[in-house]
Design a protein around this ligand. Structure first.
Ligand code: GSY
Length: 161
């Protein structure tokens, strides 16, 4: 049975826009079909603030992959694009986070769904809100619109739709 999944993509090295586009193209392979892509936003870095600003977007996709298969797909795309895990939370060519996978809740293993920090991150919630404002977070039991309303401030500027 196909599931609806939401992926957050971010890049802050090199041609950020091209990195995002290439990642979206590479994600689409047997078992995953991108349905809609949010507008692109330029966003101030969170956690490690002394780095270039990111471009961020969210992809809505339909997938028949199981969660760990989806994680493997995401990590493969990150590898192919040349992501090297050096500084934790530091600059990256591409970062792809699985935000939601249907209404699944997975905790305590190598993959946590919903993404454990999605509810505090404006760079995730703004583009997710463009696609699915009424979607309900299966743990917080709040809609994306409600989470965005309560999220801490951070600069998120629309670059283009
Ligand atoms: O977790 C995703 C990578 N990342 C980002 C990001 O994509 N955007 C912004 N604005 N800040 C970030 N900090 C990290 S780590």
């Amino acid at each position: 049975m196909a599931k609806l999944t939401y992926l957050s993509l971010g890049s802050n090295i090199g041609d950020r826009e091209r990195n995002l586009r290439t990642a979206i193209e590479r994600l689409a392979a047997p078992g995953l079909r991108a349905l809609r892509t949010s507008p692109v936003y330029e966003t101030e870095p969170v956690d490690v603030t002394d780095q270039r600003w990111f471009l961020n977007l969210v992809v809505e996709a339909e997938t028949t992959l199981f969660p760990l298969q989806l994680l493997a797909r995401v990590q493969k795309v990150e590898r192919v694009l040349g992501r090297v895990r050096t500084v934790p939370k530091g600059p990256r060519i591409i970062d792809i986070d699985i935000l939601l996978y249907g209404t699944a809740v997975m905790r305590g293993g190598k993959l946590e769904i919903p993404h454990p920090r999605m509810a505090e991150r404006r760079f995730v919630l703004v583009p997710l809100h463009d696609l699915a404002p009424d979607l309900r977070h299966p743990v917080a039991r709040k809609t994306v619109a409600e989470l965005l309303h309560a999220a801490p401030p951070a600069v998120v500027r629309l670059i283009h739709s």
